[in-house]
Design a protein around this ligand. Structure first.
Ligand SMILES: [Zn+2]
Length: 452
């Protein structure tokens, strides 16, 4: 499958948000993850088995609801003859829709990355972990586990571990043969170890250099001490690869099973790395903003104007940004209305009120998702996109002070502030653009910070 675009990911994320909101009364929402290589007949057998088990459930409503869900799944599976390449995920269940009403809802997800493990899960909410994991920016990591006898090279992409090469050494054991001088033996042994490290370095570099250098986020080295330290210190890897080593981690295995050990040992480091990338993006944005280079832009209007002339190098969007552009023409007075409305994840989009001029009810409202639109534009104009979480200070500021939309420009376009249409209302407390006043405040704060 082609690499999912940033826009695909955002779409996917929004779908997950909808699913995350769904609640059942009892443990009656079913999540079914089917990997590509799973036989449909096996899934059917499993569902029949689950159907039988539900008979033991005490609550009659729960029992009926779960059985309805399973029946619905089975009838859907009848129409598929083969599981798609990335697998398929079904969500079904009797969902609470408010006012004491429930409804049997069904969702089918074609995941952007392969489903690895088959899973049937029944709970009061949908089970979304494997799909949520796919949203994370992952890139590729190089894996190398080694000791003096064996080395294994692989790649990690998402949750997928791929073994790429394995080597064994002819380094003699510590026990020397009779007749050899101890000194000579030790010398031969060191030469053999050095030769083996060289072979490992060459093999690993060859594998890691096949990965696009932007995509290769780092290299993890595992093995017993002091072998891995010795290998790393000897700089046996290609210099570009050597520079990407994130850390050395203790593992007891040096075959393929050492990879899992290695990844687990490096887990904290990998999580930090992801956040670090986001932090660096925000740092770069603030650096441009403070330097007055004119290469930092923010706010919907400015970003849109800069996107239109292909001046955006990196589009920076808050992961919490939920916004739609609503357009309508009033059926009574004919006024053209265009409004951006925004909300927070988990909240419902605000209602569109009546015509601001004459108060008539609006029909024919057209709604376009703002992030959709911006990321489509970015994909077309070779603009990088960073989605930034609100889990750290600068990420929170992006959402709260900059309306969730910012950019680093390729050059100073002069279009880094809000449009002149709004300049007149700069001092107004009632600017129709709610984020306008917040932006103004930040600019003031910034200047005082610079001049003090
Ligand atoms: Zn009107």
């Amino acid at each position: 499958m082609a690499e999912a675009t940033a826009h695909d990911k955002y779409e996917f994320k929004k779908t997950l948000e909808v699913l995350r909101d769904k609640k059942g009364h009892g443990t009656e929402l079913i999540s079914l993850y089917i990997p590509h290589d799973k036989q449909i007949s096996d899934v059917m057998a499993d569902l029949r088995n689950e159907y039988g088990q539900v008979a033991n459930v005490k609550s009659k409503t729960t029992k009926t609801n779960v059985q309805n869900g399973i029946e619905s799944l089975m009838s859907r599976l009848k129409f598929i003859d083969r599981i798609p390449e990335n697998g398929i995920v079904y969500f079904t269940g009797t969902v609470d829709v408010g006012n004491n009403k429930t409804d049997l809802e069904n969702y089918v997800i074609h995941p952007p990355e392969p489903i690895i493990t088959y899973k049937y899960h029944c709970d009061s909410t949908f089970f979304l972990d494997p799909l949520e994991y796919m949203l994370k920016e992952k890139g590729t990591f190089g894996l190398l586990v080694l000791d003096r006898r064996e080395a294994t090279v692989g790649l990690l992409n998402g949750k997928k571990i791929m073994k790429r090469a394995s080597l064994t050494s002819d380094v003699p054991g510590k026990q020397r043969k009779g007749g050899q001088s101890a000194h000579r033996f030790q010398q031969l042994r060191l030469i053999a170890i050095h030769e083996f490290y060289k072979r490992i370095g060459d093999a690993a570099s060859k594998v890691f250099l096949t990965v696009d250098s932007d995509d290769l986020k780092g290299v993890l080295i595992g093995g017993p001490s002091p072998t891995k330290e010795e290998f790393y210190g000897g700089e046996f890897l290609h210099y570009e690869i050597q520079a990407k080593v994130i850390g050395l981690f203790d593992t007891s295995y040096t075959d393929e099973s050492g990879f899992l050990e290695l990844i687990n040992a490096a887990a904290d480091k990998l999580a930090d790395l992801e956040l670090m990338e986001q932090k660096n993006v925000m740092k770069a944005f603030f650096a441009e903003l403070i330097s007055d280079s004119g290469r930092a832009a923010y706010g919907e209007k400015s970003i849109r104007a800069n996107m239109e002339i292909n001046a955006v190098d990196r589009l920076i969007l808050s992961e919490d940004l939920r916004a739609e552009i609503m357009t309508a023409t009033c059926p009574v007075c004919g006024q053209y209305i265009q409004k951006t409305r925004s909300w927070r994840p988990g909240e419902h989009p605000p209602e569109t009120g009546p015509c601001p001029s004459c108060g008539a009810a609006l029909d024919n409202i057209e709604v376009k998702d703002l992030v959709d639109e911006l990321s489509e534009m970015a994909d077309k104009s070779n603009t990088a996109i960073s989605f930034i979480s609100t889990d750290f200070d600068e990420g929170g500021q992006l959402m709260n002070a900059f309306g969730g939309i910012a950019a680093i420009l390729r050059y100073n376009t002069g279009l880094w502030r809000h449009s002149s249409r709004h300049r007149s209302c700069r001092s107004s407390r009632h600017c129709p653009e709610s984020r306008h006043s917040a932006v103004y405040k930040i600019k003031k704060v910034r200047h005082s910070a610079v001049y003090q």
